[in-house]
Design a binder for this molecule. Structure first.
Ligand code: MN
Length: 141
């Protein structure tokens, strides 16, 4: 079965290019132009991986990634964040938002395909749940 990739990108040309490249590489692709559309498609289509632009109108890609990681249905889907503005600290922000991978635009297509294949072959381990107020459990309780 083909792996399904959700691509969230507000630049039409970039979205078209990445969608074409991924389809030619054998993936099913759901394109989305906003975070809101991406979140909806993520719930509906259960993608195997998400490519998320950070710079989006309205809700940005970091906030959208946090939403994906909060949802039981999508929390284990690897998210690769892309940014056009490689600002110092962006990588940390991406990680804090729950991003699994991080790439700087312009992304070389071979690099993008390699990253996607690597995450699909070896999905990131589920994150440790946020610390709760529950008392810590001993090994056998
Ligand atoms: Mn953008």
């Amino acid at each position: 079965m083909k792996a399904r990739v959700l691509v969230v990108e507000d630049n039409d040309l970039n979205l078209e290019l990445v969608t074409d490249v991924l389809r030619n590489a054998g993936y099913d692709v759901d394109p989305a132009r906003t975070a809101e559309e991406g979140l909806r498609l993520a719930q509906e289509q259960a993608p195997d991986l998400v490519l998320m632009d950070i710079g989006l109108p309205g809700m940005d890609g970091l906030a959208a990634t946090r939403e994906l990681k909060r949802s039981d249905r999508t929390s284990r889907v690897p998210v690769i964040l892309l940014t056009a503005h490689a600002m110092k600290g962006d990588r940390d922000l991406a990680r804090e938002a729950g991003g699994d991978g991080y790439l700087t635009k312009p992304v070389e297509l071979r690099t993008l395909l390699r990253e996607i294949a690597a995450f699909l072959a070896n999905p990131p381990a589920p994150r440790v749940e946020p610390v709760s107020n529950e008392p810590l459990c001993k090994p056998h309780c």
